[in-house]
Design a protein around this ligand. Structure first.
Ligand SMILES: [Zn+2]
Ligand SMILES: [Zn+2]
Length: 73
């Protein structure tokens, strides 16, 4: 049954969210991401000066992650 598969997929996805493995999706705002599964918000501290919400998580965006990796060598 398709509905059962969808429920299972969502249950698995939520289990991932509980372990901080969110399905981050970029938003219209630079440096801000939203989890398509649980709706949690995240932001890159190097792109955004202030968090979009009190529960927002810190996630360095791909651009800044690469820069930091180069610096760290
Ligand atoms: Zn999530
Ligand atoms: Zn960034």
């Amino acid at each position: 049954m398709p509905s059962k598969v969808t429920l299972l997929t969502r249950t698995k996805a939520l289990a991932n969210c509980a372990q901080d493995w969110h399905q981050w999706h970029p938003t219209f705002a630079l440096g801000e991401k939203v989890c398509t599964v649980c709706g949690a918000k995240a932001y890159c501290p190097l792109c955004v000066s202030k968090p979009p919400g009190t529960n927002a998580k810190l996630i360095t965006c791909a651009l800044h992650r690469r820069e930091r990796k180069e610096v760290e060598g």
